[in-house]
Design a protein around this ligand. Structure first.
Ligand code: DXP
Ligand SMILES: NCC(=O)COP(=O)(O)O
Length: 251
């Protein structure tokens, strides 16, 4: 089975903590648990209103990864505003995932318009690019070969497939098949031109097996909401173990 790495998104943990003016659950504490359980990295999507991840979390996570988990990948997602770009300069994560969200958006719900925003993306990527850092662009599942060619032309290293529409098909197997076919076609087209592929949004233990089987070649998935829901029942260590198992990442 092809192996896909798991990056655990800690937005939901931060959102739970933020219900009270108290420091638990600890975002860095959960980061330790998931990395000790074999997750390959940590993903966060700090939003301008700090409704989940706060600026302070970004620095604390960065310090933790640098000091205790030097092989783990830190993936920071967000819209490339000047504030976001300055944060990336300060924190210097291994992967930056650019997402076309406006500040008021409830959650990410679409990929980039690679043709319409080609110049903007190319200039941002030129600023962000440096050795040892990967740039990924959030991508609609049906972007197809024209979309991924335009994404590659911006200078990006990878796309991140937006799997939200697939995740929403949990009660509609026929629609899920159609979503998987679009995701597979976009992935194949990206890999054929040397663009790496990540994926994320509403992936779960239930929908990952079919995704793994039908969309081969995905390097990394970032998962937050689903794995946090599972962790409430089974704990984060066991949840990470089960996701890694489905992803072919257990010995
Ligand atoms: C980019 C993406 O797919 C998202 O999943 C995002 O990171 C989730 O953000 P929220 O946790 O704010 O819904
Ligand atoms: N990039 C997608 C991500 O990080 C996780 O999204 P979700 O599992 O919380 O929907």
């Amino acid at each position: 089975m092809p192996m896909t790495l798991l990056s655990v998104n800690l937005n939901a943990v931060a959102q739970l903590r933020n219900r009270r003016d108290l420091p638990w659950p600890s975002v860095t504490g959960i980061a330790r648990v998931v990395l000790d359980a074999g997750a390959s990295g940590i993903t966060i999507h700090p939003r301008p209103d700090e409704r989940h991840i706060r600026r302070t979390d970004v620095f604390e996570l960065s310090t933790l990864l640098r000091s205790d988990y030097p092989n783990a990948e830190f993936n920071i997602e967000g819209y490339p505003s000047e504030d976001f770009l300055a944060l990336i300069d300060q924190v210097d994560p291994e992967q930056v995932t650019l997402v076309p969200d406006d500040p008021a958006q409830a959650t990410s719900d679409h990929g980039w318009d690679f043709h319409g925003q080609a110049d903007f993306l190319a200039s941002v990527i030129e600023r962000l690019n440096k050795p040892g850092r990967r740039i990924s662009l959030f991508c609609d599942p049906d972007a197809g070969s024209a979309g991924v060619a335009a994404a590659k032309a911006t200078g990006a290293d990878r796309i991140e497939l937006f799997t939200g529409p697939y995740g929403a098909c949990f009660d509609d197997p026929a629609r899920a098949e159609r979503e998987l076919a679009a995701l597979a076609e976009t992935t194949e087209a990206a890999l054929a031109i040397g663009l790496g592929v990540n994926a994320g949004h509403d992936l779960t233990l239930e929908n990952l097996p079919a995704f793994q089987a039908k969309v081969p070649g995905v390097a990394e998935v970032s998962i937050g909401h689903g794995i946090t829901a599972d962790a409430l029942l089974m704990g984060f260590s066991e949840a990470v173990r089960r996701y890694r198992d489905v992803l072919g990442d257990l010995n």
